[in-house]
Design a binder for this molecule. Structure first.
Ligand SMILES: O=C(O)CCC(=O)C(=O)O
Length: 308
């Protein structure tokens, strides 16, 4: 639904923090909101039904097996160990994939993942009712590839918003996740730290950058928690929160849907976002705020992630 088509251009009002006192505004409880503010993340149970989990797992597999417009083929990125020939290409192509980038831009089924109602309600209670979604990804951890890790980083180092706390990450596992298959590992409270610069490391997937000094920091590692979640739960987390995912040493898939949402009145700085593209998923858009894509269908420029 093109919500922006309903909105006349509106001058950008001052962006105030969402007020949480008084009547509940949405699906998150006061305790959940306080947890997000204090710890930098909150778990929202059961945002997806089993039928939806099956639907997106199935659709991702179809895309990986070739049901994709030719021009979008570079949105399927193989894990570096397969892309570089360090491991032989497996019989099942899905076992070699790292991620599908921006599937909303070429696939109507995947585009549904930008607007899960329970996710939108929860996000609304944290950053307000006018929401832009961007950078949808379907991320695998290939089975039996323990080296496929994404080191500690803060998403705020990839993209800068003003105000930064009006943008957050959404992470929804489609398989049971735990430490040995590459669950999300977070450092509670680290959203209050400075945003560390990112650096490249040998052997990592292209674009999986590391926050300087974090992997080697014994105190951070001590504080870190690998979340154990069933499929269909959701983690909402601050873009400043330090997080990492390990490799997958099990023989099963680890699949997640991940995206970001920002208040439509934010401003963004930096270059990367122009290619991510914003889609209005709830409420209004604002002149002078984040600009929605004119045409959400994919504009197939090379990606920052180096899709093959
Ligand atoms: O789930 C993953 O594999 C990585 C998610 C992540 O850290 C990110 O995309 O920033």
């Amino acid at each position: 639904m093109a919500l922006r088509a309903l909105a006349l251009p509106i001058l950008l009002p001052a962006l105030r923090p969402v007020e949480h006192s008084g009547e509940p505004m949405s699906s998150l409880t006061a305790e959940q909101i306080a947890h997000f503010e204090e710890q930098g993340y909150v778990i929202v149970p059961d945002v997806l039904e089993q039928e939806q989990i099956d639907r997106y797992r199935k659709r991702a597999r179809e895309i990986v097996l070739g049901d994709i417009p030719e021009a979008a083929a570079n949105r399927i990125v193989r894990d570096i160990e397969f892309a570089k020939g360090i491991r032989p290409v497996p019989e099942d192509p899905e076992h070699a994939v790292w991620k599908i980038i921006n599937p909303d831009r070429f696939d109507p089924v995947m585009a549904e993942c930008m607007r899960f109602p329970r996710v939108l309600e929860a996000v609304e209670s944290l950053i307000g009712e006018d929401l832009m979604a961007f950078l949808l990804m379907f991320i695998y951890k290939p089975p039996g590839v323990p080296g496929s890790l994404h080191p500690f980083h803060q998403d705020a180092a990839y993209f800068t918003f003003d105000p930064q706390d009006q943008c957050l990450g959404v992470w929804i596992p489609l398989d049971p996740v735990h430490e040995s298959n590459g669950s999300l590992c977070i450092v509670p409270g680290s959203h209050r730290d400075e945003v560390r610069p990112l650096e490249m490391r040998e052997g990592l997937n292209f674009g999986a950058l590391a926050s300087q000094g974090a992997e080697e920091d014994a105190i951070l590692r001590e504080k870190a928690i690998a979340l154990e979640l069933p499929p269909g739960h959701c983690v909402l987390f601050s873009t400043r929160l330090l997080h990492r995912t390990g490799g997958n040493s099990t023989q099963g898939h680890r699949r997640v849907i991940t995206l970001h949402m920002a208040n439509a009145r934010c401003q963004h700085r930096g270059q990367h976002l122009s290619e991510f593209g914003f889609t209005s998923v709830r409420g209004r858009t604002y002149e002078g705020g984040l600009k929605p894509l004119d045409n959400p269908s994919i504009d197939l420029k090379p990606t920052m992630t180096g899709g093959e």
